[in-house]
Design a protein around this ligand. Structure first.
Ligand code: GLV
Length: 308
């Protein structure tokens, strides 16, 4: 019985050492050296191989090595193949650190001060108390909840929006498309950690920006596909938005002539908000493999109807 790993080869060596030490009963295979494909019961991957049913005829579970699963292109996978998202505490930690960095940078006007520094301009601007800064999170899953808890001690006025109803202590929660405008109208900083699905593709668009208070700021740490990039440029140019912190793009890596590279109102990072850490993710993956072997429910099982 073997597990096939298909992702970053450097971290693959770390995974392999962890399996050898803690789960010697599970044979390790790393793409593209898959050996006899009939041995492979589990696939741990960032992206699935084409024609997975033929390539891996005895595959039982696909474990995504990520929190998001849109890049697996679920529609191409057999409907009966269980797909499991990675609920890695290392990913959550990374998301919380990045969200804190982004929200604090926007709250404390760092995009503007960084620009002033390049211009040798020593000028202070009004400091808005955190209690008056309204921070809204789009998506209220596991990552969002960790992020909201991390932001709480700063004293921001926190809210959240998701397609279904949620109740989170100290966070005003909005639900469904009907309440989206009301949610947006009270966000000075809006942060997207939604899953990318047919419903959320392009959700960060001109119409959404128009519901935000003038001069609001955007953080996208979901997927590039959430954002209509041309609409962001338009909103920044018109002053409807004042700044954006983006960790993801529609096309990654960004083309050398992408307009975001040297945009003065944008902080752009190369999809580094969170990275799967074998040290913290291994226990989660192994626990799920053991659950599967015992016939128990795996944690992070993707609902194929919802796509997350
Ligand atoms: C990274 O983008 C992830 O989904 O884990």
């Amino acid at each position: 019985m073997a597990l096939l790993y298909k992702a970053d080869p450097v971290r693959g060596e770390q995974w392999q050492r962890l399996f050898a030490k803690h789960a010697p009963d599970i044979q390790w295979r790393a793409w593209p050296d898959i050996g006899d494909p009939r041995d492979i019961r589990y696939l741990a991957a960032w992206q699935a191989p084409d024609d997975i049913e033929t390539v891996l005829p005895n595959l039982k579970v696909l474990f995504a090595l990520s929190a998001g699963v849109d890049q697996l292109d679920l529609g191409r996978l057999p409907a009966t193949l269980p797909v499991v998202r990675l609920l890695d505490p290392g990913i959550s930690q990374g998301m919380c650190e990045y969200a804190s960095f982004a929200v604090l940078s926007l709250h404390r006007d760092m995009v503007r001060y960084r620009q002033q520094q390049t211009e040798r301009c020593w000028q202070a601007h009004r400091l808005v108390p955190a209690q008056q800064r309204r921070v809204g999170v789009m998506g209220l899953g596991l990552q969002a909840r960790h992020i909201l808890n991390t932001l709480k001690p700063f004293g921001f006025a926190l809210s959240g929006w998701a397609r279904s109803e949620h109740h989170i202590d100290g966070v005003e929660c909005f639900a469904g498309t009907g309440q989206l405008p009301a949610f947006l109208s009270q966000c000075d900083i809006v942060l997207c950690v939604l899953p990318l699905t047919e419903q959320t593709k392009g959700i960060l668009n001109r119409q959404l920006f128009q519901h935000l208070p003038r001069g609001a700021a955007l953080v996208n740490m979901g997927r590039g596909g959430h954002l209509v990039e041309a609409h962001l440029l338009e909103a920044l140019a018109s002053g409807q938005l004042s700044a954006a912190v983006l960790d993801v793009l529609e096309q990654e890596p960004a083309a050398p002539d992408h307009p975001f590279w040297n945009h003065r109102q944008i902080i752009l990072t190369p999809h580094i908000a969170a990275m799967t850490q074998p040290e913290s993710a291994f226990g989660v993956l192994l626990d799920n493999i053991r659950r599967h072997q015992r016939g128990e429910t795996m944690l992070g099982l993707v609902d194929r109807e919802r796509s997350y």
